[in-house]
Design a protein around this ligand. Structure first.
Ligand code: FAQ
Length: 315
């Protein structure tokens, strides 16, 4: 125990000195478990996050829009892969993580349990959802765990492109016909509040934040990041003539922040516990894809064995 205390002290001193923790370094079991929880949920979010947008690839309004959306959805598959690989460095296998997702035990971001009803939703997802992801992940790029931090740096670069393509769709529709303006405003009305929920519960209701902040996995709290997102996004909505669907939204000259109304936390908990509008549909789609991909996994394993490599390990 005394030895463990010494290790813990050295571990925390390294974190406080801004050093990265690497896979083979000693780490408290609680740090490892918290990272597995958070990083695997993040990986699942990227993969499930392909579904609402993938739904629109065949219906994109032009070839250019189709190519861009295809590339974006493909990027998200890539992000899932980097994040599963980074999580594997903590001693958990990809199969274990996937089993938790497919059996409904693991969480993934609340936001991907809402339907994409019109093309404007694709613009608004890029602008708001990728915009929120960037605010959150720019901080995570400085996280104390080396593999997560490095994955985040690359992912953030791609998310910046995603946000720009989304805002371009939004701006184009906002200066389009009355029907297009109505469609994009309606999409903003439906996605605004669920996007604010992406940052997690208020700090006072966030059981994990204590450990995560202490060990610099998180560098800012849920409420701090949510406020930052609102401050960045409100002027962007105004710039294209859209209205944020919050009657309580007002700018506070003294603090320099946009104040906003209360989030419907009952809706948040309902959605993350499996009872949102599309939870069942999303999991069914993932299970189907997993089953249909069985032959690909079998072929990859057979190939690895034939060439004397352990399946799942790089050459
Ligand atoms: N959704 O104690 P806290 C993307 C759960 S990537 C679902 O505050 P924590 C890119 C939380 O897990 C989006 N569950 O938790 C893209 C915990 O339950 P547990 C994903 C949530 O970890 C764009 C409980 O509530 N990004 O969008 C959510 O300290 C477009 C209590 O919460 C990440 O995952 C939620 N929103 O803070 C892809 C970023 N919030 O596990 C495709 C990494 C909270 O104890 C298309 N993660 N919960 O059973 C994080 O930064 C943190 O994990 C938070 C939550 C901030 C999400």
């Amino acid at each position: 125990m005394a030895e463990d205390n010494g290790k813990l002290e050295r571990f925390e001193a390294r974190i406080n000195a801004g050093e990265k923790i690497e896979p083979k370094d000693w780490m408290p079991e609680r740090y490892r478990q918290q990272l597995i929880r958070m990083m695997s949920q993040h990986a699942h979010s990227e993969v499930v996050g392909m579904l609402p947008e993938g739904n629109w690839i065949t219906r994109a309004p032009s070839l250019r829009r189709k190519m861009v959306l295809l590339a974006k959805v493909q990027d998200e598959a890539g992000h899932g892969h980097y994040l599963y690989s980074a999580t594997e460095t903590l001693g958990v296998t990809r199969e274990e993580m996937l089993e938790k997702l497919l059996s409904g035990k693991a969480k993934y971001s609340n936001i991907f349990n809402y339907p994409t009803l019109t093309w404007a939703d694709i613009g608004v997802i890029g602008w708001l959802v990728d915009g929120a992801a960037i605010v959150n992940q720019t901080m995570l790029a400085k996280t104390s765990y080396g593999p997560y931090s490095r994955a985040m740096i690359r992912i953030c670069k791609e998310e910046n492109f995603h946000k720009k393509q989304g805002y371009e769709i939004v701006a184009t529709m906002a200066r389009g016909t009355p029907a297009q303006r109505k469609m994009v405003q309606d999409a903003l009305n439906r996605w605004w509040w669920p996007t604010l929920m992406m940052f997690g519960p208020h700090d006072k209701d966030s059981p994990n934040s204590g450990d995560l902040l202490r060990w610099k996995v998180k560098l800012k709290t849920n409420d701090e990041l949510r406020q930052r997102f609102v401050d960045i996004t409100v002027p962007q909505a105004h710039a294209v003539g859209l209205t944020i669907p919050d009657p309580e939204l007002r700018y506070n000259e003294e603090t320099g922040h946009w104040e906003f109304g209360e989030i419907d936390w009952d809706e948040f908990w309902r959605v993350i516990r499996g009872n949102g509008p599309c939870n069942k549909e999303r999991l069914a789609a993932r299970r189907k894809a997993h089953q249909e991909g069985a032959w690909v996994r079998a072929a990859a394993e057979a190939y690895a064995r034939k060439h004397g490599r352990e399946p799942g390990k790089a050459a």
